[in-house]
Design a protein around this ligand. Structure first.
Ligand code: AMP
Ligand code: ZN
Length: 473
C-alpha cells in the first residue's frame, strides 16, 4: 500500500512521492526547540510524532536526511539571558543540553543536523536571503530601522493557513511598533538593535540587529537541505505565522516550491487547554520521571494517539501506558521462553506468521492507534494460542522477528542488562554537539566524564561509537 499523509497545504490526504525518486534521501526539516527554558512534554509530543514519521519512512525503505534547528536567539532567549545576567550562549547552552538529555530519555532518534541560529554561517545566509528579498521588492526597511517582509507583494501569503490577508492580526512575535510597518501582517526579517538587546547583535547592511525567528528556519533549511524539501513538520501552532512566513521568504527568494508535504501535529492538552509555558500548565520530562515513571512509559503515552488528534495528558494515561507496556513485556517473555524450549507436544501450530496490518496502518497517515490496536489484538490471540498449547517455537520466533521489525518504529522494548546507560549516551550526544560547534575544550571534558563512567567514545567513519572503556567491567 502506498504511503499517504495529510498535507496541511492542500488539507487533503495525499499519496507520498519523494520529490525526486532518484535523489535519495528524503529531505525533512523539523522546527526545533526555542532554548530559553527546558522544553515541556507538549513540545516532545511534536518531536515524538516526527520521530515516528522518520522511523516509519525508514521502515518503508527510504533514507531520511533530517534537520532540526535550535532557535537560540529571539526575544525570549535574549530576555532570559538578560535576567540571568549571563551571555546569551551560556544561557541557552544549558537548555540545549537539557533538550538532548530529554530527547534521549524519550528514545527520539537523532536528526542528522542540529543547526543553531546564532552560528555565523547561518546568520550570513539570513542576511543574504533578506538582501535578495529587498532587491525583489518583497521586503523593506521601515523607519524603526527593522526590515519587514511585504506580504502584499506575495500573493500566496495565507495559503498554508488558509487565511484571508485582510483578517490578519498582530502575531505577538513582532517587537516594534505596528505603525512602522506598511501592513499589520508584515513580519520582521531583521530586528534593529535596541538597548534591551544588550550585546546581542550582528552587523548587517541595514545596521546592527538580529534576525527574526522566521528567517532563521528559511536560512537553515535551504542552507542544509537545498531550495526544495520533501517534508516539513511542526506543531499546529507553527502553521501561522511561522511556516506561512517560511514559505513566503524561501519561495520569495528562490521562486521554487519550498515544501512538498506539510505535516503538523495536534497539541498535547491539559484539562482541554494547550500545554504551554505561557499558561503555566506544563510538565517537563524530569517532572514526569520524578513521579516514578520511565522515559519509555512517557514515550508510549505521547506516541499512542494519532498525531492529528489532540491528546489530553493525565496521570491516568501514564498508568495506562505502564499497563500496556507490561503486557508487551510479558508477551515477549512468553514468546522468548517458547523459542528457547522447543516443545514436541504442540497440538497444532495455528499461529501463522504475522500479517502486515501494523505497517499498513502507519502507511495510512501514520495511524498509530490502529497499528497499536493490531499489536494488542495479536498479543491477545497469540497469548490464547500459547495458553492452549497451540503455538510452536517456529511461530513464536516469527512473532519475535515481527516485533523486532515493528519495534524499529516503536522503540518500546524494556532496557536489557549490558545496555549503554542513559547518562553515558547523553554525555556522548552532548559531546557530538560540542564537536559540531567546534567547541573542542568542552568535547574533551565530556570525553573524560564518559571515561570516568567506564565507557569510551570511538570516532569511526560511521560516527561516534560507545564501547566499554579499558579496565572496566
Ligand atoms: P517552541 O519551542 O515553542 O518553538 O516549540 C517547539 C515545537 O513544539 C513546535 O513544533 C511547536 O509547534 C510544538 N508545541 C508547542 N506546544 C505544544 C503542545 N502543547 N503540543 C504539541 N506540540 C507543541
Ligand atoms: Zn521553524
Amino acid at each position: 500500500m502506498a504511503l499517504r499523509f495529510f498535507n496541511t497545504y492542500s488539507r487533503e490526504i495525499e499519496e507520498f512521492e519523494p520529490r525526486d525518486p532518484r535523489a535519495r534521501p528524503i529531505r525533512m526539516y523539523t522546527c526545533g526547540p526555542t532554548v530559553y527554558s527546558r522544553a515541556h512534554i507538549g513540545n516532545f509530543r511534536a518531536y515524538i510524532f516526527e520521530d515516528l514519521l522518520q522511523r516509519h519512512l525508514e521502515l518503508r525503505g527510504y533514507k531520511v536526511n533530517r534537520v532540526m534547528n535550535i532557535t537560540d536567539v529571539e526575544d525570549k532567549t535574549i530576555r532570559g539571558a538578560r535576567e540571568a545576567n549571563v551571555p546569551l550562549q551560556k544561557f541557552t547552552e544549558q537548555f540545549k543540553d537539557a533538550f538532548f538529555e530529554d530527547a534521549n530519555t524519550l528514545r527520539i532518534k537523532r536528526a542528522d543536523e542540529y543547526p543553531a541560529a546564532t552560528d555565523q554561517r547561518y546568520i550570513d545566509r539570513m542576511i543574504e536571503l533578506i538582501g535578495a528579498l529587498i532587491s525583489k521588492g518583497l521586503a523593506y526597511q521601515a523607519d524603526d530601522k527593522s526590515v519587514y517582509f511585504r506580504i502584499n507583494k506575495f500573493p500566496d501569503y495565507g495559503k498554508l493557513a488558509h487565511f484571508d490577508l485582510t483578517q490578519l492580526q498582530s502575531t505577538g512575535r513582532v517587537k516594534h511598533d505596528e505603525y512602522d510597518k506598511e501592513h499589520i501582517g508584515d513580519f520582521a526579517l531583521w530586528k534593529a538593535w535596541d538597548e534591551a538587546d544588550g550585546n546581542v547583535k550582528w552587523n548587517s547592511p541595514w545596521g546592527a540587529g538580529r534576525p527574526g525567528w522566521h528567517i532563521e528556519c528559511s536560512a537553515m533549511s535551504t542552507a542544509l537541505l537545498g531550495d526544495q524539501i520533501d517534508i516539513h513538520c511542526g506543531g499546529v501552532d507553527n502553521i501561522f505565522p511561522h511556516h506561512e512566513a517560511e514559505i513566503a521568504q524561501s519561495e520569495g527568494v528562490t521562486g521554487k516550491k519550498f515544501v512538498h508535504y506539510w505535516l503538523h501535529c495536534a497539541h498535547l492538552l491539559v484539562d482541554g487547554q494547550k500545554m504551554a509555558k505561557s499558561l503555566g500548565n506544563f510538565y517537563t520530562v524530569p517532572d514526569v520521571l520524578a513521579k516514578g515513571y520511565t522515559g519509555r512509559e512517557l514515550r508510549y503515552a505521547l506516541l499512542r494517539v494519532h498525531y492529528r488528534v489532540p491528546l489530553n495528558f493525565t496521570w491516568e494515561g501514564m498508568n495506562e501506558a505502564r499497563e500496556s507496556l507490561a503486557r508487551i513485556d510479558e508477551w515477549l517473555a512468553r514468546l522468548r521462553e517458547l523459542t528457547g524450549r522447543p516443545r514436541r507436544d504442540v497440538r497444532s501450530a495455528q499461529q501463522a506468521a504475522p500479517a502486515s496490518q501494523f505497517e499498513d496502518a502507519l502507511d495510512d497517515d501514520l495511524n498509530i492507534s490502529a497499528a497499536l490496536g493490531f499489536l494488542f489484538e495479536s498479543i491477545r490471540e497469540t497469548n490464547r494460542a500459547m495458553d492452549q498449547n497451540e503455538m510452536d517455537a517456529i511461530s513464536a520466533g516469527a512473532w519475535l522477528e515481527w516485533w523486532k521489525r515493528i519495534n524499529t518504529v516503536l522503540d518500546l522494548e524494556a532496557e536489557t542488562e549490558g545496555a549503554i546507560p542513559d547518562e553515558v549516551t547523553q554525555l556522548a550526544q552532548q559531546r557530538e554537539n560540542a564537536r559540531h560547534e567546534k567547541n573542542w575544550k568542552r568535547s574533551d571534558e565530556l570525553r573524560e566524564r564518559i571515561s570516568a563512567l567506564g565507557w569510551e567514545v570511538r570516532d569511526t567513519k560511521d560516527g561516534p561509537k560507545l564501547a566499554r572503556g579499558a579496565g572496566s567491567m
